[in-house]
Design a protein around this ligand. Structure first.
Ligand code: GDR
Length: 331
């Protein structure tokens, strides 16, 4: 059975992809950062499953700049597929920490490509790129041929990484693909991203645990899809005969305000009674009209996004209500 290596295995996408690959019989290796915090809540059910952990799922310590360690792990594990999902993924934070964003998201990707170039057995490689590479595009919706015009440090770093993946595919013959992902969400989304911040607040307020939510601008529009659907497409990309780039998107946009309204309404609340806004959450530059055209993925991979942003608002709020209730009964 095939072997996969995943960077960013503890993240939202890494955890869904791990579950999907294990269910298909893969052996999965994951790179994890060595920190004093060993909480890996998204992987907990697998980590504590004695039939899985250290049988078909293995974790290895390495930071993205530990080139020697990553090379050693690649040589030892000999993966058939490498999913590179790790990096500094918060667009707003990239304005505060541009250097480390470029170091991990940009140079971290190049370092892995350089290692792959020298390997005898080269795994198929997937890099998680982002709609942020399009920045303020002239055309809408965007597709794989839309020019990259990033407007955030994160977008610039992702553009560098995306173009390096293309260069290594074309110049060195690597089987390397970019998954150009628009926003994708789930109950496992990190709490600093706007969707999860909203659904967690809606759940807390509905249970009387809090009374307000503090956000930045509500005007931004996003093409929000479902994270496990996007990781399914990532796997399909590496099963094709030839490597390519694919936009993963729903083709629909909603404003932050619409998502907020849907989440609060799903638990019988009016967000206007609870909203505060703080410039601290506003960004020096915003992408305004990002919407993806997933036609290439639909035609080539047979992949269709099914979950809408408003479905996600309801599902994620319900999941947050449920986990807060469970927390209350376990305390
Ligand atoms: P984004 O997602 O920047 O699109 O990047 P995020 O959820 O952070 O922001 C979406 C929109 O919400 C507005 N906003 C706020 N955002 C946050 N985080 N916190 C707030 O309090 C807040 N208030 C309003 C933002 O200004 C923005 O308009 C995500 C990440 O997953 C990237 O890694 C990925 O590449 C892209 O999606 C595609």
């Amino acid at each position: 059975m095939p072997t996969a290596l995943i960077t960013g295995i503890t993240g939202q996408d890494g955890s869904y992809l791990t579950e999907q690959l294990l269910a298909q019989g893969y052996t999965v290796h994951g790179l994890v950062r060595r920190t004093s915090n060993t909480v890996r809540s998204r992987l907990d059910p697998l980590f504590h499953n004695k039939d899985v952990y250290n049988k078909s799922l293995f974790l290895h310590y390495a930071d993205l700049d530990d080139t020697t360690t990553i090379r050693r792990i690649l040589v030892k594990t000999q993966p058939d597929e490498l999913y590179h999902l790790a990096g500094q993924s918060h667009v707003g934070a990239s304005f505060d920490i541009p250097e480390s964003t470029c170091q991990f998201t940009g140079m971290g990707t190049l370092k892995i490509l350089e290692i792959l170039r020298d390997l005898e057995k080269q795994p198929r490689f997937l890099h998680i790129s982002s709609s942020e590479i399009f920045g303020r595009p002239d055309e809408s919706p965007q597709n794989e041929r839309t020019p990259m015009r990033p407007v955030t440090p994160y977008g610039v770093a992702k553009t560098f990484a995306t173009q390096m993946v293309q260069l290594y595919r074309e110049s060195f013959g690597l089987f390397a693909c970019n998954a150009i992902c628009y926003n994708h969400e789930s109950p496992r989304r990190g709490e600093s991203f706007v969707t999860r911040k909203i659904t967690k607040a809606a759940a807390e307020i509905s249970l009387g645990l809090s009374d307000e939510i503090v956000l930045g601008s509500l005007d931004g529009r996003r093409d929000w899809g479902s994270a496990p659907e996007y990781t399914t497409a990532m796997h399909l990309m590496l099963q094709q005969d030839t490597p390519d780039d694919y936009v993963l998107a729903t083709g629909q946009t909603h404003s932050v305000e619409e998502f907020l309204d849907a989440a609060f309404q799903s638990v019988g609340l009016d967000y206007k009674d609870h909203l505060k806004q703080n410039p601290k959450y506003m960004r020096p530059a915003e992408v305004t009209r990002l919407v993806g055209d997933p036609t290439h993925a639909e035609k080539q991979l047979g992949w269709t996004p099914a979950t809408t942003a408003l479905d996600l608002a309801k599902q994620m709020t319900a999941a947050d209500v449920e986990s807060l209730k469970q927390l209350a009964t376990s305390n």
